[in-house]
Design a protein around this ligand. Structure first.
Ligand code: PA5
Length: 447
């Protein structure tokens, strides 16, 4: 398989019999997931999405991407949570580290920049400044069509677009990704004639990267979305057997639950390549929003190595022993750099001459794995061969199917997110939104 899961360093923490003993629970979780007998079963369409998606819409996504690539220097992608993280992590994962930093004369692809993922006025001001007088388009993404952060950003960037191009042309530069019938955004799109893409009913935000939510911005960035889907399709076909000796995604789900039940309640997703940082942000939403409920669940966190070995490294090695770690390691980086020969040995690095930076990175990974294991942090790793769209599609599906199984193993509904509503209601009340007056009065008294 494209992804290779390695649990060989867990000997010290998990006895041989324990995986076998999870098999019956995994079979039950598999039935809940595949037969739809588990909680949240209406939100499992991501399971078959790589094979079962709207081909006509897929073609429209490619055509829209081609138009944006030809008439825009910047795509402002507006969304938050599940309507943002997938596209952001994929654009970072699939391109050069400095993809969005290159000046226009050095680039073949538009910049894909994000807005509506915070309420920071400075961020929006700075983004407007960065776009300057260059051509841009907007992809606004919101399933509910009513989320405050993206709604505010959309208002601001739409006004800029109208100011620059006039209303008719501006409307042709606005691409909406939303629910097929509900929400304010859907209504506005219908009345203004914006090109619209659908977020399927059976796919929650954090599982939506392979729908129009992720695909349009990813295609605008110039990445091959056919290959992305092909990778996910291969994973879909590879991870159907519930037998733990044959299914590494299920193995990962089983091991993290074995460890969780022994008190390892925080999982760090770690990488050795800076442009995987947002992969961890995407993963944290996928894991945290799926599993953190009913007062239980593994807390998903992350670290970027070797950078964070010089900060968090101390805690990981010797702090509170509730940590487990999962490393994503890229076996062949996009680029290799040799450590140069110089005269003499003043910097003490002569022993590394003729070696490469990837060699040094690999030795860091191996050394850290052993040190953390000795420090009582259980270590799992997920090897990927490269950073191609096929590999990313495969990796996305690996984690999606793993968290579906993992959630059912822990007896929760992996597909709802009741907890994210609490702050939204309070914010509406404090902002003075009509309909929330009584709560607003109550909350203001408490402030
Ligand atoms: O996963 C989720 O449900 C959330 O993170 C949502 O994606 C986020 O709140 C954005 O919601 P919407 O797409 O409705 O604007």
């Amino acid at each position: 398989t494209t992804v290779s899961f390695d649990a060989s360093k867990l000997d010290k923490f998990v006895h041989d019999n324990e995986l076998d003993e999870m098999q019956a629970l995994v079979n039950a979780a598999d039935t809940e997931l595949r037969q739809g007998t588990g909680a949240g079963s209406a939100f499992r369409d991501w399971l078959t999405l790589p094979d079962d998606y709207d081909q006509a819409e897929f073609t429209r996504i490619k055509a829209a991407a081609a138009k944006i690539r030809s008439d825009s220097k910047v795509l402002v992608t507006i969304g938050i949570g599940g309507s943002y993280l997938g596209a952001k992590m994929a654009v970072d994962f699939l391109h050069d580290t400095f993809f969005n930093y290159l000046p226009d004369e050095q680039r073949q692809d538009p910049q894909v920049l994000f807005a509506g993922n915070s309420l920071s006025p400075s961020y929006v001001y700075d983004l407007i400044h960065l776009i300057g007088d260059r051509d841009f388009s907007i992809n606004v993404i919101s399933k509910s069509g009513t989320t405050t952060e993206p709604s505010i950003a959309f208002r601001i960037f739409k006004a800029k677009l109208i100011e620059k191009y006039g209303k008719t042309t501006a409307n042709q530069r606005i691409y909406v990704t939303t629910d097929k019938q509900r929400g304010a955004l859907k209504q506005e799109a219908a009345s203004e004639g914006y090109e619209t893409f659908i977020i399927p009913d059976g796919i929650g935000g954090r599982y939506s990267v392979l729908s129009a939510v992720g695909l349009l911005p990813i295609a605008v960035s110039g990445a091959d979305i056919d290959q992305l889907m092909a990778g996910a399709r291969d994973a879909m076909n590879d991870y159907t057997n519930p037998d733990l000796t044959k299914n590494e995604a299920y193995q990962y789900a089983a091991y993290r639950n074995i460890l969780y039940r022994k008190g390892f309640t925080t999982e760090l997703l770690e990488n050795y390549e800076p442009n995987l940082q947002y992969f961890a942000e995407w993963w944290k939403q996928l894991m945290g929003e799926s599993e953190g409920k009913d007062q239980k669940g593994i807390y998903p966190s992350s670290a970027n190595f070797s950078t964070d070995l010089h900060s968090l490294g101390q805690y990981i090695q010797e702090g509170l022993r509730n940590l487990m770690e999962t490393v994503i390691f890229i076996d062949k980086p996009n680029h290799e750099v040799a450590i140069p020969k110089t005269d003499g040995n003043l910097d003490g690095l002569q022993y590394l001459e003729d070696r490469t930076m990837h060699f040094a990175n690999t030795k860091a990974f191996q050394g850290v794995t052993l040190a953390h294991t000795d420090g009582n942090v259980p270590n799992m790793s997920v090897h990927i061969p490269d950073q191609t769209p096929h590999t990313l599609g495969y990796l996305i599906y690996f984690f999606e199917v793993a968290v579906g199984i993992s959630g059912y193993l822990n007896g929760i509904n992996p597909f709802n997110q009741p907890g994210v509503e609490a702050y939204k209601t309070n914010m509406f009340a404090l902002l003075g939104k009509p309909g929330f007056e009584t709560l607003g009065t109550e909350l203001n008294k408490r402030l």
